[in-house]
Design a protein around this ligand. Structure first.
Ligand SMILES: [Zn+2]
Length: 322
């Protein structure tokens, strides 16, 4: 499908020869740049995007039951070559903590993490899947996603009567959900909300916090249909909301949608991700580069991008800020 959301008059690419120098520039910040740097286009024009220190918390890669452009190792190498600090492998149907550990043994110079999505393929809301993931050798399992393609909200909205996984019963969190939250807390993992409805997310955030969960990310919050007021409440509760490039690339959202939300709630409430890896789509780092360039063009500052692309993802993984 032809992406309809955003067009660039000029191709936005970084020349490899510039990458090292630009990384230093970003680390120092604009104030520390020599005046000649502007001539290289460091301050936000074409070719100036550095991915040094960036973390992508939404990386799809094969093997998968859906067509993917690259496998885990190739995705990790490409991200490392582009300067990324870390990636989080996400598979809707199988755990990735083990795959991340294997990839870590093959690719140096980048941190690779994984997790588990509680869809039907792992038994739905199955505490044992979380318990095992958390104790796998390599220690790469960091994130537990609530159901995505099997989420009640997602399946019922799609119609067709497919089976789904519930997380609430009569508005209250199911006991298995509470057990999963307790395991996330015990193992210091991160809770991701999957394709839950905004109402479910707002019901579950306080419950997760009550059970000791320390880090909560709201999966592509625009894709879940959250209203500005619901986003405000999620931010007020301390959750960090994902805004992904894929939705803009596919034309479902515009950069202006995201910028409005950033202006309303602050960059601290959001993190950037690619959500790429689909066969035929650009690779993760390429998408992130275009994403950051588009945000800059829309007036988002490098400091705000730093928060959303580097610091917040690091916080969500429990890593030191970059
Ligand atoms: Zn995805």
């Amino acid at each position: 499908m032809e992406p309809a959301g955003i067009r660039f008059a000029r191709p936005i690419r970084i020349r490899p020869v510039l990458a090292g120098a630009l990384a230093v520039s970003v680390a120092l910040g604009p104030a520390a740049l020599p005046s000649a740097a502007g001539a290289q286009g460091v301050a936000g024009s074409e070719g100036s995007v550095s991915l040094e220190g960036v973390i992508d918390l939404h990386v799809h890669a094969g093997p998968d039951s859906r067509p993917r452009s690259v496998d885990d190792i190739e995705a990790a190498r490409a991200a490392r070559d582009a300067g990324l600090r870390a990636i989080l492998l996400k598979n809707h149907f199988t755990m990735t903590a083990d795959r991340a550990a294997v990839a870590m043994g093959q690719v140096e110079g980048i941190e690779i993490f994984g997790g588990v999505v509680l869809n039907r393929a792992v038994g739905g809301i199955n505490p044992e899947a979380v318990r095992q993931m958390a104790t796998f050798s390599g220690g790469r399992g960091k994130v537990v996603w609530l159901p995505t393609f099997d989420a009640e909200h997602y399946v019922t909205a799609a119609g067709g009567g497919a089976p789904y996984v519930s997380i609430l019963a009569e508005g209250e969190p199911l006991p298995a959900v509470q057990e999963v939250f307790a395991l996330i807390a015990e193992h210091d993992l991160t809770l991701a909300m999957g394709h839950s409805s905004p109402g479910e997310v707002l019901r579950l955030i306080p419950e997760a916090k009550r059970l000791g969960v320390r880090r909560i990310l709201v999966t592509h919050v625009f894709g879940q249909g959250a209203t500005p007021e619901e986003m405000r409440q999620m931010a007020a509760e301390g959750a960090i909301m994902e805004i992904d490039w894929l939705a803009v690339y596919n034309g479902g959202r515009t950069i202006d949608d995201y910028v409005s939300a950033i202006r309303a709630l602050g960059a601290e409430a959001f993190f950037l991700s690619s959500d790429l890896g689909q066969a035929g789509n650009p690779l993760h780092a390429e998408g992130l580069r275009d994403y950051i360039a588009a945000l800059r063009e829309a007036g988002v500052s490098d400091e705000e991008i730093d928060v959303m692309a580097r610091r917040n993802p690091a916080r969500l993984l429990g890593l030191d800020p970059w």
